[in-house]
Every structure is written in C-alpha cells, then in structure tokens.
Design a protein around this ligand. Structure first.
Ligand code: ACM
Length: 510
C-alpha cells in the first residue's frame, strides 16, 4: 500500500495541520452526506475528481464523507474551514460556502497527484491521510491579473487559468480587458469598441523603442455570454472575476473606434501597434463621462464583483494642457491645472461606481493621488503601499519587483522574451510581504493582500503564460494565504507540489 501523502506537501500551507496514522479510501462505495447549503461544494468536488477517478460520489444520508455548513465556525471567517479525516469518515465544515470550496482544494491536494489528471487514472488507490486541518487565510485578497488586451486568449483558456488559481486558493482573477492595443469586452451600446477596437494591424516585436513589427494582425473579443459563463465558472470555484476597464489613459483602442471621445475629435487613430505609454487619452467633455458610465453599466451587468478596476495609471496630461475644452473644464471645476483633471475624472467615475454599490480600484502612481474611496493597487515602489494605506485607502500590494510575472524568472539567456530589466525570481515572490515593515496595526489592517501581474506584450500563447505563471504564483499564494516565511519549507513543499502541476499538464518553468 503506498504511503499517504504528507500534509507537508500542501501549497498554500494550512494554518494548522496534524497528520494521524491511517487513511480514508475513496472508492465506488463512497457517498457524500451533503448538509443544507453545501450542495455547490459537493458539485465542485465531483466535478474536480470525476475525470481522473471516475468516482460518482453519490449523495446519501448515510454517506461517510460529509460536507456541512456550520455557523459555529464563524470565527474562521468567509474562507476558513476545518477538515477531519478518520479511517471511516471525512468531515469538511465551514461557516460559509467559500470555506468549503477552499477545503475541497485541500482534499484534492491530499489525494495522490494523479487525482488532478484530466484523463482516467486506473490502479491508483484514492487515499486521504488521516488528519486534522484548521485553515484560515492571512490576507483576504490573493489575486492574479491576466492582460488579455495585449494578447487575446479564448475563454476556454481562461477557464483553465481559473481552475489552477482555485487549486492555489487564489480568490481574485483580475481580467485586464482594455488597453491601447485592444478592447475585448463587448458593449452593446458601443459596438465599434470590439468591432474596430478589438483588432490591430500588427504588433511590435521588441521592447518599447525597438522599430520592428511582426506584420501579423491580432484581434479578438469575448461575447457577453462567454464572460458571464466565465464569471459563473469562477464563482463555482470561489474565485471572483474583477474586470478592469482602463481610463482615462491606455484607451487608444477606444479612440480608434470612437474618435469623438478624444481630445482631437477629427483625428483618426489606429489601434496601437506599439508598447509603452501612449500619449492619446480620453477627453474630459460630457460625452466621455457618459460613455464611461454606459460602458460600466454593462460591465456591472456582467461582473457581480464588488470591485471594478478603472486602471488610471500612465495617463500623460499633455493633450489636456493643449486642449481649450479641457482647460475650460478644469477652470469650471475649480481645478488649478489641467493635470488635476486626472483625479477629477477618476473621482467622477469612482463616485458613479460607489453610487451603484461597487468599489473603484486604481493603479497608484504615488499612492497619494487617487480619490479616497478608491482601493489602490501599488506597483511602482514599496513606499507607495505605506503612503496609500496611511491615507486611508484599502491597498493591494502589486509591487513589480515581486509580483510582475512578465519579468524573466532567471537571468539565463535562454529565458523567453520578457520585460527587460528586473529579474523576478521565485524567491523574490515568496519573500514579498504585502504589509510594509513600518506599518502600524491600523495601516497594516488596510493592506488587503497581494496579487501577481501578467502583462502580455511578449506573451502570446497559453504555454508561455503557464511558463511565466508557475511556479511563481505558488509562491504568492503560499505567502498570501499562510503568511509563511520559511523559504526552505516552501521549497520542500513545492518539490512535491510540482507533481500536481505536472498531472494538470501545466507547462511550468523548471
Ligand atoms: C502598470 O504596470 N501599468 C500598472
């Protein structure tokens, strides 16, 4: 009989876990005792285990594998759970459904890695080691951002991406849907956004500043039904899809579709074929604000996420300085300079989201420039996290030197094309504490967590996405869920965990 898997292989590491002798065997006779409200968790367990194990896990009041909501476990929070495995019974309990969904990923990891295979695995006994696990995340935000604007990926791949996020108890899938180089979200009231803005003539092949292009048209857009189905798929795995619609910069694709939204209404622009910061931005006239609200109404219809990301970064204000209507707008709003239109614009749109019961999110340039009701993603400098949190913003730490997966993970010259400059190695990701060292308790309490970023200027295929994402995302998930700082312990667990990634067919970095 093979030895049961050690608890020491789990990624992320559980808060408290004790292994006991013996195991529970899942087989054709195993039935689920499903408590009231736990049905979606049972459904997920079956869905995840069926391909490899072929187990039906039928419901039965006499089932020895129990899934139950237990209000008595309220102190474990939204995502915490308790798992007890004995030779003759399994009991997974949580105060909330999301906790059960997290516990199911733990059960999945406790089984032999073959349980994660997409194809039937014959001859593997499905043993769960006897154990007691009580598990609560340290941070409420453990995210992963994927840029589908620079290079489009079909929704079938996004489902797989979500599957692997959920395995790691990542709870936010941040979908970067619009940028200078492409608009991927359909908007019924503004069909040219995807008809025109969803396609570019070609792409620059080197980094910003290089003058070579591939000559290959690139395009793609989702249907509303595809996005809605992705949201449901992710929700069934306890993952929230947070959409990002960039404004007032990073909008060249929208301006190509609707020139009247810009500062030179008669100008005709292409969907951008270069990388970097584009100096064409939205105008600040009423039509533009109405446009943004119309787009966001449709976005909110598709995405129930409490958070809606408005981008906001890298917005050159030169066009406003040279535009008479923009200067008039600034004066009418009592702003001292056209540059101040940036905060004003985001304030207008942020207020709109707040009135609709949503929370605006923006990328920080300094941590001090966004309206106070914004949740801030800090990326440029570690000090911005402290600045934003001290100002009173909820903050998500996305510091580029620790979380940008578009940077190479080693200085090996054979690494595929990446953002030049910084190497972001596995250890840097694991060492990244989202909470700044100098934060007092109140400030620290505003740091919601961390997330990885995958900008896709140089990343065109799912294989390349997975190579850049794994195993670095495992490190962020481990740190974000457990707060574990022990590098050697993480490396040891990861050594075992790679068998799971391999069973899933993830084309990871070695
Ligand atoms: C960013 O890297 N533009 C947030």
């Amino acid at each position: 009989m093979p030895a049961p898997r050690s608890l020491l292989t789990l990624v992320p590491r559980p808060t408290e876990a004790a292994l006991r002798p013996g195991h529970f065997t899942l087989d054709a006779d195993t039935a689920l005792h499903i408590g009231a409200g736990a049905e979606p968790a049972a459904e997920l367990l079956r869905t995840l285990l069926a391909p490899a194990t072929g187990l039906s896990l039928r419901p039965s009041p006499d089932g020895r594998f129990a899934l139950a909501l237990d209000p008595g476990l309220g102190d474990l929070g939204e995502e915490g759970y308790r798992l007890t495995v004995d030779p003759h019974a399994v009991l997974l309990r949580a105060a909330h459904l999301t906790g059960l969904l997290r516990g199911i990923q733990t059960i999945r990891q406790l089984l032999p890695p073959q349980a994660l295979s997409a194809a039937p695995e014959h001859g593997t006994p499905w043993l769960l080691p006897c154990a007691d696990v009580t598990d609560v995340p340290r941070h409420t935000w453990r995210g992963a951002m994927l840029d589908v604007a620079r290079h489009f990926q079909p929704v079938s791949y996004l489902r797989r991406y979500v599957d692997v996020l959920a395995l790691h108890k990542i709870n936010v899938f941040h979908l970067h849907l619009t940028d200078d180089q492409g608009w991927r979200m359909p908007v019924a009231a503004r069909p040219k956004l995807t008809e025109i803005g969803g396609h570019r003539a070609e792409s620059r092949t080197g980094p910003a500043g290089s003058g070579t292009y591939d000559g290959v048209p690139h395009g793609g857009a989702y249907t509303r039904a595809e996005l809605a189905s992705l949201v449901r798929y992710a929700a069934a795995r306890g993952v929230t899809v947070m959409p990002e619609i960039e404004m007032p910069g990073h909008v060249r694709a929208a301006l190509a579709a609707y020139p009247s939204l810009g500062n030179h209404p008669d100008r005709s622009l292409d969907v951008w074929t270069r990388w970097g910061v584009c100096d064409t931005v939205l105008g600040v006239h009423d039509e533009v604000l109405d446009f943004c609200r119309t787009v966001l109404e449709e976005v909110m219809d598709v995405f129930p996420s409490p958070y809606i990301h408005l981008g906001g970064e890298e917005c050159p204000t030169t066009e406003w300085t040279h535009s008479a209507p923009a200067r008039e707008r600034a004066a009418a709003e009592g702003l001292s300079t056209p540059e101040a239109l940036h905060g004003w614009f985001l304030g207008q749109i942020g207020d709109f989201l707040v009135r609709r019961g949503r929370r605006p999110v923006g990328w920080a340039e300094t941590g001090a420039e966004l309206p106070l009701d914004f949740t801030v993603m800090t990326w440029r400098d570690p000090s911005h996290t402290l600045t934003a949190a001290r100002r009173g913003h909820p903050v998500i730490n996305a510091y580029h030197r620790a979380t940008y997966l578009d940077h190479a993970q080693s200085d090996d010259p054979n690494e595929p094309p990446a953002q030049p400059g910084t190497v972001v190695d596995l250890r840097a990701v694991h060492a990244h504490d989202p909470v700044p060292e100098d934060a007092d308790a109140e400030t620290a309490g505003r740091v919601l967590g961390a997330q990885t970023q995958l900008w896709t200027e140089f990343v065109t295929t799912p294989a390349h996405i997975e190579y850049l994402t794994y195993p670095r995302l495992c490190a962020l998930a481990d740190r974000g869920w457990s707060g574990a700082t022990d590098w050697a312990d993480f490396r040891a667990r990861l050594g075992e965990h790679t068998a799971r990634l391999d069973a899933l067919g993830i084309r990871r970095h070695p």
